[in-house]
Design a protein around this ligand. Structure first.
Ligand code: FES
Length: 571
């Protein structure tokens, strides 16, 4: 050890202040040698019973601690704001940036030399990585792992994806309500996060592809003993990383972000990855833009057959070889020289990876869909961009022209969607406004609007939908999302009227509103901004500072790497 640890600024002296720092820590039984210059490892825990996907994190933290102790570190677990996707209203995304502030300030303000991030449910992963990236102390991520496969009436049940499908069947009258309610328990039968390639699995894949986890992190199920082993090994490794001064800025390079885009495309990952990866890049100050998403993923096939794009679930993905097998298959398409938390490169990490099931992880020559990446659309309806996941859309709808039917809010949509007189046909383009970062606020996952009942009765299961919202990573459909600028900012989306023709051309990356510039200017002059949902409090801070989706929907003053210099003394 040659470098002085920052924790020694708290624990290393013989004066009154170091007495205070050590003495109070000793109240939970710490022996004196805990403070002798060994790395202090913060275990940043998003455990909460209100975040069911992370409810097993106390046990996981214990495994990390064991690893830290084995390697000669001093583990200290601390809680941060937890974000449970299923319970938080108006949307967990509203609080991602708030949680990231908690993480950043908790790390910097405390005697911590390195940090293990325990993340699981959707927003917990980006929130933790964003906060840690702004500090840039050695960091390793341990994901909570997906739930085991759901089984119901002899069939596999996938988190989210089958909820949307079953609820549509109830609305269409083809599934009794009693059976729908019975499926609840079968849907979530073990510890862990959503078991589809939804947002949580995409985030776990993303951090593995970025090089922030030990190999194999993403797919191991939550209850699998090997998940606990990985947590323990991560505890050992973070101590070494502190000695090596292996910080996120050395790992989260441009090459790492390129790898993440490609791997997310290859696994058919969630559209939500777009905003989160952009936000992380902003924090670590690595140049990376929305257009990079499109360019890097354009020719990349989706080779993993997982819901919502395919058939299988994360447990199957694990047994097939997980992310390392996908990265091995991508080979030279990745930046194999990118450094990872192992201290080795991506290429070295996956050199011996094996695929055990070619139904789940296919080859590049035999992909699930030829285009796995996310398409970034532009046009007069989305001057700053919009995204669509082609692999989740009905192919025929990726080239479409149809009349708009507008909804001013999701409540307006719910009030009218099942009206038998709704002027809607399969060609209609459903337009949902005021669901962007500012407008909702928080950019909720409402962009995959349910199909109107009268069309469901005709057998329609997909149609073009356009909004400034996000969509659940477990959802599917021809949903154009993240339209920027959003409606609540007076973007062109706010100016669309019923009957306006909208053209979607995914191959041409175009989203066009067939209304003249002059007419749009007239409509803009008559437009007034909606009133904010709440005045004061965090929501006001958020609404005043949130960036648009093309900038990752971070708060403007949080962008950047502020480091972790030791703050001045408190006494
Ligand atoms: Fe937590 Fe899906 S609800 S991961």
């Amino acid at each position: 050890m040659t470098r002085k640890l920052r924790s020694q600024a708290w624990f290393g002296g013989h004066d009154r202040d170091s007495f205070i720092h050590r003495s109070w820590m000793k109240n939970h039984g710490e022996p004196a040698d805990s403070f002798d210059g060994r790395p202090v490892i913060g275990i940043c825990n998003t455990f909460s019973e209100l975040t069911p996907c992370n409810a097993h994190f106390r046990e996981l933290a214990e495994k990390v601690k064991r690893g830290v102790l084995q390697a000669g570190g001093y583990p200290v677990e601390f809680p941060v704001m937890s974000l449970g996707e299923t319970n938080l209203r108006p949307t967990a995304m509203l609080f991602r940036n708030l949680a990231s502030m908690d993480v950043e300030e908790s790390i910097r303000a405390n005697p911590i030399d390195g940090v293990v991030l325990l993340a699981g449910c959707d927003k917990t992963t980006p929130a933790l990585v964003m906060g840690a990236a702004s500090c840039d102390l050695p960091t390793i991520v341990v994901s909570g792992g997906p739930m085991l496969n759901g089984r119901f009436q002899g069939k596999t049940l996938g988190s989210g994806t089958d909820v949307w499908r079953l609820s549509e069947e109830v609305r269409a009258g083809t599934l009794p309500l009693s059976e729908f309610l019975e499926a609840e328990a079968a849907n979530s039968r073990s510890a862990g996060h959503c078991n589809t390639m939804g947002t949580a699995s995409t985030m776990a894949t993303m951090v593995e592809a970025l090089g922030l986890t030990l190999p194999g992190n993403a797919a191991l199920p939550g209850p699998d003993a090997r998940r606990a082993t990985l947590a323990q090994m991560s505890g050992r490794r973070i101590v070494e990383m502190v000695h090596e001064d292996l910080t996120p800025s050395k790992i989260l390079t441009r090459e790492a972000f390129e790898n993440a885009v490609k791997v997310i495309g290859a696994v058919g990952g969630s559209t939500n990855a777009v905003v989160h990866l952009l936000a992380i890049a902003g924090r670590i100050e690595t140049p990376f833009t929305l257009d990079d998403w499109d360019r890097l993923g354009r020719d990349l096939p989706c080779i993993v057959d997982l819901m919502p794009s395919g058939r299988f679930l994360m447990e199957d993905f694990c047994y097939a070889g997980g992310v390392p097998a996908v990265m091995k298959e991508l080979g030279d398409r990745l930046n194999t020289g990118a450094l990872t938390v192992t201290g080795r490169t991506v290429g070295e990490n996956v050199r011996d990876a094996v695929c055990w099931n070619r139904e789940v992880i296919r080859t590049l020559d035999n992909p699930l869909t030829p285009q796995g990446g996310l398409a970034v659309l532009r046009g007069n309806l989305a001057p700053q961009g919009a995204v669509i996941k082609p692999s989740a859309a009905t192919p025929a709808l990726t080239q479409h022209r149809g009349p708009a039917l507008c909804f001013e809010s999701i409540e307006d949509f719910h009030a009218r969607v099942d009206d038998p007189d709704l002027p809607v046909t399969p060609d209609t383009v459903l337009v949902l406004k005021n669901c962007g970062p500012r407008g909702y606020p928080g950019m909720p996952e409402v962009g995959n609007m349910p199909i109107p009942k009268k069309l469901l009765a005709q057998g329609v299961r997909d149609m073009v939908r356009v909004s400034d919202a996000r969509m659940s990573g477990t959802a599917y459909g021809a949903a154009v999302l993240h339209v920027a600028p959003e409606a609540a900012l007076g973007g062109p989306l706010a100016l669309v009227r019923d009957g306006d023709m909208i053209e979607l051309d995914v191959a041409g990356r175009r989203l066009h509103l067939e209304v003249s510039d002059e007419e749009l200017a007239r409509r803009k002059a008559a437009w007034t901004a909606p009133e904010p949902a709440m005045k004061g409090g965090y929501q006001s801070l958020y609404v005043s500072h949130v960036l648009q989706a093309d900038r990752g929907a971070d708060l403007d003053f949080l962008v950047g790497r502020r480091g972790a210099a030791v703050p001045r003394e408190s006494h």
